[in-house]
Structure formats: C-alpha cells, structure tokens
Design a protein around this ligand. Structure first.
Ligand SMILES: [Zn+2]
Length: 120
C-alpha cells in the first residue's frame, strides 16, 4: 500500500493522481528519490574532503615525531579512495579535494612506514 507524499493518505498503488488532494503521485515519488540521492552525495562529498585532510594531518604528524599516527592516515586515505571510487561509479559526483588529499595522505603514510622499516 502506498501513501500520498503530499497529504499522507492511503492511495492505490496504480493510481497516478491522489484522490484526496489531486497531486500527481509519480512525479512526487521521483522528486523525492532524487532529493534523497542528492543528500547522500553531498554527505559523502563532505566526508571525503574531511577524511582526506585528516589523512594528510595524521601522516604528517608521524614525520613530526608522533608514533603510529601514520597508520590512521593510511586507513583514512584508503577509506576516502574507496568512497570516491564508489561515487565515481554511481554518478561521477565526488570530492576532488578528498580524492587528492586522500592519495597524498595514503602516500605519506606508506612512505612513513617504509622510512620506519629502513630506520629500524
Ligand atoms: Zn494526497
């Protein structure tokens, strides 16, 4: 059973117009789902940007003498890149800042691991 998104009353699934308020059902359902998608995309967009910047910060902290934080940088960088790849496949809307900072954070973190191994 479907419900009208405008007045909230119960309607038949096959009907195109709500018998209670007369609004077009299909049009509204479509608008609702694309709104949801836009929300999700912008949420990921911010997440990618923030995590990418954090990935760099954590990796750089290791070069400043804080131990093990580069591992967090690597994890965050990997998460950002997987989010970006997923968004790229879905609708090609992703954070370029998140993408670039994620790669830099990941590379810096891995470099810190290699340097750590060489110095050990
Ligand atoms: Zn209605």
């Amino acid at each position: 059973m479907k419900y009208c998104a405008f007045c909230g009353k119960e309607i038949e699934s096959e009907t195109k117009f709500c018998p209670h308020c007369g609004e077009e059902i299909e049009k509204d359902t479509f608008g609702f789902s694309s709104n949801q998608k836009a929300k999700k995309t912008s949420k990921n967009y911010q997440l990618e940007t923030i995590l990418g910047i954090l990935a760099i910060i954590f990796s750089v902290l290791n070069y400043l003498g804080v131990i093990f934080v580069h591992l967090v940088g690597i994890v965050l960088g990997s998460i950002v890149l997987s989010l970006v790849n997923k968004d790229k496949k879905e609708d090609n809307t992703y954070s370029q800042v998140g993408y670039v900072t994620g790669i830099i954070g990941l590379v810096l973190g891995i470099a810190a691991v290699i340097i750590g191994v060489m110095l050990a």
